[in-house]
Ligand binder design. Structure first.
Ligand code: TRP
Ligand code: ZN
Length: 908
């Protein structure tokens, strides 16, 4: 396997197109046969030189025969290696100068889906056959031009045992269904929309289906089907509702109508990612489609809604208009994540959705952007494309689209998206094409804006301020800077939209900027969008009657970091007054971050200094909790302290023990001070309401369960140890009586994290297993809560659980829940020290050996798993050395996959 770097600058359109693809997939135990007939046509833009050869991609295939225009070829007519079937068209056919040259290729290959553990191409998941072709999986099914700019009309025949595979699906419409001899059956599908091979899908299995209908904006009736195993039929309702909501929403907000007469979703247990947008036949990880109150948490319900919407929205942003090459991946992913975020925001709470997205971006995407794997949203090169399905491509890509939306406003943005879809329908295009549509409808110049796509790294803003009481002027200087990243140390300034406002004692102040005519058209003169272009920007606000508090990143209008010192009083004013929910939450976060940073510098036995730092915050929370007008969703968000992951991201060198202690000190102070009011909130909650996964209920549950966690902490380690009995009883009662998984799991986790409740927690863990062992998705939760348990034995627990029947070392969900969660979320255990405080390499070595082991079977998951080790630059020298040694051990293996090799080599 070649570890060749592929460059965007080398892009060439292919020498041949495939107008039509006829597949015949003959499924048999052990070995299946794939016959394809490709109707090829020369690309008139290709040079004569390029037309000489046709190189078809293919991996791990056994070639049985090739025919060119019906004539069998012999082995001397072509070449085969690990990656290509190469046909010398010039020599075999002549006439390559002819711009109308057409020919047919008929290729027969043999594959072994039963042995396919990589979960790309055609493989088995429990009792069914299914496919995953993005990005380059189709080449594991047959020889093909497996690149997104080759779009073809597909006809797919599936032949299989009629009894064992009553359901046989592919893209588009079913055009034939007949019984064959020997108990076999043939089903034919036709997809009238040309598509790249990565959107091909095929499923054969013994599945049941839930059906519904949707009537489109032009009155067409669409059949909706969700296929699952019989035991999961009761878990499809939420996905179906989400699908119908998505279809309606895309019509209303983007004017996009569904195009086929049928839309199918299939749920599979073994899946590398969340789901896949294959044309008319989406394939989903069961974790992203199945949901039921008793087995699924609120977060799970929201994930189902979000992923169903995401895949559905791809029908336009991805399928009808697709990517020219994989460097353009964010063209479809960034835009589609933006669309699904808008949708989720409309379906639930706008502020909660925004806070969740920003938290993910800040803790995980910023970390990626600041580490050895940093890459541009539109990278210039890659080795293995599967490694580029990253937070940067998805989440930062979505933030870039969001900035365009902010700069243009909703109405003009919609004109831009209409133009983009209209202009490029049926084409494979680039990020430039998308931005050009936005520029064309607005007359704006986005050439500097393109730096967001070209440059890796997170821009950092440093803000300084000055208030001139006599002149009634408030002056602000904003400087932007972006640190060097592996692909470039030179960074050009970004075009950054900042949504700003100024807050006085009593509320928002009118904004009048020097050098800018007041804009009489906008009614609201208390907020505006400032656009930064230069390395340094100076703003002068006029007629400012008092020293204001500057709110500079309302709604998180740009994915940047900000350095701006503000004291508690200023932050508290924003927390109370800001009309933008995100900014209220962010002010609270800043308050907490300041306190944690201060606590880090205090000696661990200096109790009075610690109290002095924590007190104003605990007081503020106490007041917030008393406030009957406060939004429960907002209180719950504010009460959740910044994660360790985010705290690490913010620091250049971390002493994790100290940092964790600082965070815990603050948590405990809040728990102690607010105990009574939290207890009241907990008591007042009505545990018997009928479960609904709706924003209001989700907020109430979140607040109540956050309260429970604080209560358990206060009685476990704080000043309320005398009340252990009553709190544990409440917690245990919630565990036993819960009518939904959110409450049951929250109670279990609260017990798991309280030392005094350890015995009760272990009993509950066993009971939980007995109750749910037949529910695979609940078993993921069971593994995960143990993997992230705050306990000195966490690693040995994880080792033990690897041998538990609930674990399956080939199933990505199980690997993520146990090993991924331990290494990525249980940070104090992953970066453990021994009793003398010396860094331990045990967990690093454990992860390295898991990665090596898994790499033999599933390289995509192996590569994802190793990411925690690539964060070595955040730790002290001694720890760095241990983490790098573990990476080096992986690198030393000779037989690594491209996926793992690229990541280890880039991060060493
Ligand atoms: N396009 C899918 C999405 O909606 C991503 C995806 C699903 C994927 N399965 C994959 C990417 C396997 C790589 C490999 O985001
Ligand atoms: Zn996607």
């Amino acid at each position: 396997m070649s570890n060749k770097t592929i460059y965007l600058k080398d892009y060439r359109a292919p020498a041949y197109w495939i107008d039509r693809t006829d597949l015949y997939v003959d499924l048999h135990d052990g070995q299946s046969k794939v016959s394809s007939r490709l109707s090829m046509q020369v690309n008139p833009d290709a040079s004569i030189e390029e037309r000489q050869q046709l190189q078809l991609h293919g991996r791990e295939l056994v070639l049985e025969s090739v025919e060119l225009d019906g004539k069998p070829l012999t082995e001397s007519d072509y070449e085969i290696d690990d990656e290509y079937l190469t046909l010398p068209i010039g020599r075999l056919l002549g006439e390559v100068e002819n711009d109308e040259l057409c020919f047919d290729l008929t290729i027969v290959t043999l594959i072994e889906p039963e042995k396919n553990t990589s979960l790309e191409g055609l493989y088995r998941s429990s009792s069914m056959y299914c496919t995953q072709c993005e990005a380059e999986g189709f080449r594991k099914i047959t020889y093909y031009l497996d690149r997104p700019d080759v779009m073809s009309e597909f006809f797919t025949s599936i032949e299989a045992d009629a009894n064992r595979y009553p359901v046989m699906l592919s893209n588009g419409n079913k055009i034939e269904d007949k019984q064959l001899d020997n108990g076999r059956r043939l089903v034919r599908w036709h997809d009238p929309f040309k598509k790249p091979a990565y959107l091909f899908a095929l499923v054969a299995g013994d599945l049941e289906c839930v059906e519904d209908h949707f009537v489109t904006m032009t009155g067409r009736e669409i059949l909706l089907q969700i296929f699952v195993e019989a035991k999961d039929l009761d878990k499809c309702q939420h996905a179906m509702e989400s699908l119908k909501n998505s279809m309606r929403w895309d019509e209303e907000v983007y004017g996009r109508e569904y195009d086929l007469d049928i839309f199918m979703i299939v749920a599979v247990d073994d899946f590398n990612m969340g789901a896949m947008e294959n044309k008319g036949l989406n394939i989903f990880n069961t974790s992203c489609v199945l949901a039921k109150a008793e087995t699924t948490t609120d977060a799970g319900f929201q994930r189902v809604e979000g992923v169903v919407a995401h895949e559905y929205f791809h029908n336009w942003s991805g399928n009808r208009v697709t990517c020219r090459d994989w460097f353009q991946l964010s063209l479809k992913e960034g835009f589609t994540v933006f669309r699904d975020a808008q949708f989720s925001s409309d379906m639930g709470s706008e502020t909660v959705k925004r806070v969740e997205d920003v938290s993910l971006l800040r803790s995980a995407q910023f970390a990626e952007d600041g580490g050895p794997l940093a890459h541009a949203v539109r990278p210039a090169s890659f080795i293995e494309i599967s490694n580029f399905y990253t937070l940067t491509i998805y989440e930062k890509g979505a933030e870039i689209v969001r900035m365009l939306h902010t700069l243009l406003g909703a109405e003009t943005f919609r004109k831009g998206s209409d133009l983009y879809f209209h202009r490029h329908d049926g084409q494979a295009v680039t990020v430039e094409d998308f931005v050009a549509a936005m520029a064309d409808v607005s007359g704006r110049d986005f050439s500097q804006f393109m730096n967001w796509y070209r440059q890796a790294g997170t821009p950092e803003l440093t803000i300084s301020e000055e208030y001139d009481e006599d002149a009634r002027e408030y002056r602000v200087t904003i400087e932007q800077y972006c640190r060097p990243t592996p692909e470039s140390s030179e960074k050009a300034p970004y075009h950054i939209p900042l949504n700003i406002s100024l807050w006085g004692e009593a509320g928002a102040l009118a904004i009048r900027l020097k050098g800018q005519e007041p804009d009489f058209e906008t009614e609201d003169n208390t907020q505006t969008i400032i656009e930064l272009h230069d390395q340094r920007t100076e703003l002068c606000f006029m007629d400012v009657p008092e020293r204001p508090v500057f709110s500079f990143l309302r709604g998180f209008s740009a994915p940047v970091k900000v350095h701006f010192k503000r004291d508690n009083d200023q932050l508290l004013r924003l927390m109370r007054n800001e009309s933008d929910g995100f900014s209220r939450w962010d002010a609270c976060q800043q308050l907490l971050l300041n306190a944690i940073a201060e606590l880090e510098t205090v000696a661990s036995n200096d109790v009075s200094e610690q109290a002095h730092i924590c007190e104003p915050i605990a007081e503020a929370f106490w007041a917030l909790l008393q406030d009957e007008t406060a939004d429960p969703a907002m209180i719950a968000l504010m009460l959740s302290l910044p994660s360790l992951t985010y705290l690490i991201e913010l620091r250049n060198e971390v002493q994790l023990g100290k940092l964790d202690r600082a965070r815990e000190t603050l948590r405990l102070a809040i728990a102690n001070r607010c105990f009574d009011v939290l207890w009241n909130i907990y008591q007042d909650y009505d545990h018997n309401i009928e479960y609904k996964p709706e924003a209001e209920q989700i907020a109430m549950r979140s607040l109540k369960n956050t309260a429970l966690a604080y209560l358990m902490l206060a009685v476990d380690q704080g000043m309320r140890q005398g009340e252990r009995g009553r709190v544990l009883e409440a917690c245990a009662a919630q565990y036993e009586q819960a009518n939904n998984m959110t409450d049951q799991l929250a109670a279990l986790q609260a017990m798991l994290n309280a030392e005094y409740a350890a015995e009760r927690a272990d009993t509950a863990l066993e009971a939980f297993y007995d109750q749910w062992q037949s529910e695979a998705l609940v078993m993921n939760l069971w593994l995960q809560v143990q993997a992230v348990r705050r306990s000195p034995n966490a690693l040995s627990q994880v080792r033990t659980l690897k041998n538990h029947p609930a674990f399956d070392s080939n199933n990505p969900n199980k690997i993520r829940s146990l090993i991924g969660a331990f290494c990525g979320q249980n940070l104090t255990a992953f970066h453990a020290s021994d009793s003398e405080g010396v860094a331990s390499s045990e967990a690093y070595d454990f992860l390295a050996s898991e990665v090596l082991n898994l790499d033999q079977r599933n390289p995509q998951i192996a590569a994802r798993l190793l990411v925690p080790l690539t964060r070595w630059h955040k730790f002290s020298g001694e720890r760095q050395a241990l983490m790098k040694k573990a990476l080096q051990n992986i690198a030393n293996q000779k037989t690594l996959s491209k996926d793992v090799r690229e990541l280890v080599e880039k991060s060493l």
